[in-house]
Design a protein around this ligand. Structure first.
Ligand code: B12
Length: 276
C-alpha cells in the first residue's frame, strides 16, 4: 500500500522564508522536487516486493516517531530522515517464507527471522541508497527493543496503535491491570506482523505531511480488541475484531506461529515431506 497522499504541495511560503540553508527560494524548490521524485522512485521499487512477496511499506519521518517515544527509544538519526515501516500481510507466509524454507539451509534459530534478513538483503542490493534495517526482533544489550514497531506503524499510517488511554474511562475498567497496546490494520485487522523499518539515511522526508491514521473503532470495539489481545491472545480472536478484508493466516501459518520456536523446523520438515 504505497502512499502518495502524504506528499505536501511544494514549498509553503514559510518554508522558503525560514529555510536558512538557501538564500533564495529557487534552490529549495528544486531540492524539494528532486526529493519527491526520489521518493516516488523508491516507492516504485518497493511496490515490486509488495506484489511478489506480500510485504507493505509505509513512509514516515524519523522525527514523527521520535516525538512520540520516551528518550531511551529515540532513533539516532536527523529528524527529517526518510524511513519505511514494513509489515507482512497474510500472504507473506506462502509467497515468501515457504519458498525461502524450501531453498535454504537454516542457519538461525528462527527461520522466519532468517527469511526477513534475506529479504532485506535483497532490497538493500536493489537500491544504491545507504539503507539501515532495524528488525522487529532486534534488542539492545539491555534487552530493550531497538524499535517500537507499533508506534512506527501508527505514525506511518500503516495501522492505528490502540493503547489504554484511547479508551474512555480506562481506569475504572482495568484498574491496576497491565494492558498492552495493540495495532489494527485498516484492511487486515490483526492478521499481519510488523517487520521493522528501513531507514534511508541519505534521504530527507521533510516534505511529507503528518496525517493521523483513521480511528475506525468505536469505544466498545477498542475495549474488545485490547481485552482479546491481552487476556486471550492465544485464540487468535483479537485479529478478527476489525478484519475488513476477511483474509487470515492459513492453517499452516497458524500452526507455525503456535509452535514453540524449537519445534518449528520439524513442523516445516514434516510439511515438505508430506508434499514430496
Ligand atoms: C516485548 C514484546 C512483548 C512482551 C511485552 C509486551 C509489551 N507491549 O510491552 C510480551 C512477551 C508480553 C509480548 C507478548 C505478545 N506479543 Co509482543 N512484542 C514485544 C516487542 C518485541 C516490543 C514491545 C515493547 O517492548 N514495547 C515497549 C513499551 C514501553 O512500548 P509501548 O507500550 O508501546 O510505549 C510506547 C508508546 O506508548 C509510545 N507513545 C507514547 N505516547 C504515544 C502516543 C501515540 C499516538 C503513539 C502512536 C505512541 C506513543 O511511547 C512509549 C515508549 O516510550 C514488540 C515488537 C517491537 N519491536 O515493537 C512485539 C509486539 C508488540 N508483540 C506482538 C504480539 C502479536 C504479541 C503476542 C500476541 C504474542 C505473539 N508474538 O504472537 C503477545 C500478546 C500480548 C500478551 N497478551 O501477552 C506484536 C503486536 C502486533 C499488533 N497488532 O499490535 C508485536 C508488534 C510484534 C510484531 N512483530 O508484530 N510481546
Amino acid at each position: 500500500m504505497v502512499c502518495f497522499q502524504k506528499v505536501k504541495k511544494f514549498c509553503t511560503c514559510e518554508k522558503i522564508r525560514f529555510n536558512p540553508v538557501f538564500k533564495s527560494s529557487k534552490p529549495f524548490l528544486i531540492a524539494s522536487r528532486m526529493q519527491v521524485a526520489s521518493l516516488e522512485k523508491i516507492e516504485e521499487k518497493l511496490k515490486k516486493y509488495e506484489e511478489s512477496i506480500g510485504l507493505e511499506f509505509h513512509p514516515f519521518c524519523i522525527g514523527w516517531y521520535n516525538d512520540r517515544v520516551s528518550g531511551n527509544f529515540i532513533l539516532d538519526y536527523p529528524k527529517d530522515t526518510l524511513a519505511f515501516c514494513v509489515i507482512s500481510t497474510p500472504r507473506f507466509f506462502e509467497k515468501s517464507f515457504l519458498p525461502f524454507v524450501k531453498n535454504h539451509e537454516f542457519s538461525m534459530n528462527d527461520p522466519f527471522d532468517q527469511c526477513m534478513i534475506s529479504n532485506y538483503q535483497n532490497i538493500k542490493e536493489d537500491f544504491d541508497a545507504t539503507i539501515d534495517v532495524i528488525h522487529d526482533f532486534e534488542l539492545h544489550s539491555n534487552r530493550r527493543p531497538k524499535i517500537l514497531t507499533q508506534t512506527a506503524g501508527h505514525v506511518s499510517g500503516a495501522a492505528f496503535y490502540y493503547q489504554r488511554k484511547d479508551v474512555v474511562d480506562e481506569n475504572s475498567r482495568w484498574n491496576g491491570k497491565k494492558v498492552f497496546g495493540v495495532s489494527n490494520h485498516p484492511k487486515y485487522g490483526g492478521w499481519f506482523g510488523f517487520r521493522g523499518a528501513l531507514i534511508f539515511k541519505n534521504h530527507s522526508a521533510s516534505f511529507l505531511e503528518y496525517k493521523e491514521p483513521e480511528d475506525l473503532l468505536s469505544n466498545e470495539k477498542k475495549i474488545e480488541l485490547l481485552e482479546k489481545f491481552n487476556f486471550s491472545w492465544q485464540d487468535w480472536t483479537f485479529r478478527d475484531v476489525a478484519n475488513e478484508s476477511g483474509e487470515r493466516y492459513s492453517d499452516l501459518q497458524k500452526q507455525y506461529f503456535r509452535c514453540k520456536p524449537s519445534e518449528r523446523k520439524e513442523l516445516l520438515n514434516d510439511f515438505f515431506l508430506e508434499k514430496s
